[in-house]
Design a protein around this ligand. Sequence first.
Ligand SMILES: [Cu+2]
Length: 694
Amino acid sequence: MKLRFLNLGLLLATTGIMTPGLAAKPEGLYSETITVTARRDRHDDIRIEDSIPNMADTAGLVARLPGAALVGNGSLSGQVQYRGAYGYRVGTRINGQSFRSGGPNLMDPPMHYAPPTLVETIKVSRGTSSLSFGPSMSAGVDARLKQVEFSESSTLESRFDLTLIGRTADNSHAAGLMGGVASDSLKAYGYYSDEEGSDLDYPDGNIENTFHDRRVYGAGIGFKSGNSSWELELRRQDTGPTGNPPFAMDIDFVETDFARLKYETLLSTTHMTASLGYSDVAHGMNNFDHRQPPASMMRFRENNTAAENLNFALGFVTPFDNGDLEYGLDIEEGEHTARITNPNNAGFMVTQVPDVEQERAGVYLNWRGTLTVGGYEAGVRVDRYSDTSGMAELGPALPMGPRMLANAFNNADRDWDDVAVDLLLRYWRPTDAGTWRFSLARKNRAPTYLERYAWLPTAASAGLADGNNYVGNLELEVETAWILEAGIDLAGGHWWARPTLFFHQVDDYIQGVPYDDTPGTVDSPVEMVSMMNGDTTPLRFDNVDARMYGLDADYGWQLGESWRLEGVLSIVRGERRDISDNLYRISPDRLTLGLVYDRTNWSVRLEGEGLRHQSNVSDTNSEQETSGYGLVNLSASWQATDDIKVSGVIDNLFDREYQQHLAGYNRVMGSDVPVGDRLPGVGRNLYVRFSYHR
Ligand SMILES: [Cu+2]
């Protein structure tokens, strides 16, 4: 990896893209790094609006990048949307580790595990991710938590990092502490983070069930000798009661353990990395503890779920022909279960997810390097998938309908395997005007365990939160996208702009479709059971044809020594190709413009943010349109000493009331937000962060 970026760095340096004085411009042609740290030495390449996490959910930080947006399902349940793809289509790692979320409705999406108190950097690919990252249809996101790094010195030195956060909109506080020792051969560290917040305010009152509670703690140790190093990290996350207003239930707990062992070495000129990762999620949610419960005791529901993941990766980077050859393999094995019960009825039990096992084994080969003019990258990745499911089980209180569905499921062939081939070709070329970038990729996504094995119609859908019940489809095929991206990184004397045009043609796009030819007429066992579960028009996951296309950019203009303008533009359309409809929950067009006053030790930023109305909505998913709105945000940052940084933000300065198109519809009774209304955006919010790093 290091070698690869060195090449790119040299290329950028020789083309003058890294013009001094344009500190606001991020590095990298094919990746963005959001840095959240107090350290002055990392201050150079940060755009300040990126570095201030003003909400508990760090998916919101990624959402500020060109092409990105936040799909909100609760205070700690946000998903990253990138160029119209979200959920499992955006590959995400924490500290380089891929893992499996435990919630069938993604109450714990990947960024749930990256609290703002502990995050140090979030690296996001610009455009589709590299093949060595693993399967990901859209961007690849890697969030790194704070830890100590090996030092240059042979004596142990101590380090620590303290972050304190307060926020007025939900009266929340957060504190994170990381401390440890390091030398050139040993490092050891531990960390703890605690966050708690109550319901968020909006101009008309409280948004019920937007409270949150999360603790993370862990420890790591590393040894280094010559060119080899070993690292072991253990981490526990303990999420307490946290609301999910667009869902039928709230998080009661998420208890997740992570373990990762990594070995790196240099074999002659080849850099080798081997890693073994394990994650284990135990998650409980219900519809009665943390929100106004259903009127009937018989409608109380609790869902206990688990997800386990074991993965192994072996990767090599060898200098080859004026570039680097990357090759390796990665294997993973996952298990999911979910069991719905009613605490008022011992006979009520149903395995919504019946012991699903999913395996994947992948190999990849990729070359990236420079040519006489520009450079290119070409790679191939092959993944073999193999899934199976156990038998659906029910307690005696379950009626005939679900029994029939369970029988049919248990008698069906539930084994599936397939092979997917990913391809990536990139070409970039510096010219007098700027550096051109082109990518052509073929990316695949295997169906999730719910898309294939959800035999019981429920609202669980990896967080679609459209009010529909969904059933799985044992016949689903792998989703395949052809991705074309073209952009240029322009840098004039006092300005810069980095626009990208993209087009994704997705074959076998997995999407809910009407269950049968007579939607609304309850004439099948699935529709009968779905009606009992509150939806007479359930959807069935199926392969359809889709396309996404659009334009995104960031840009800036240095007005004077200390003044600059900068902003981001994101435009994306998502459409079905087989019928006339839009894709569901696609981000509205977004434009920001910030005026920044930047001094050596402090900066202030006044930002206008405009979101266009969204009328390109999905009929299939009964999606409601939203109006456009504009917000004004003010932020400031002060590097008090080399070690201390204080940041503050006032979001939504004029306390404007608005609806976020990607926030889902309220399902909590007794809230100031009517049931069925789209969830409003947060009102005026003062955020303050203090960080100390030594
Ligand atoms: Cu859940």
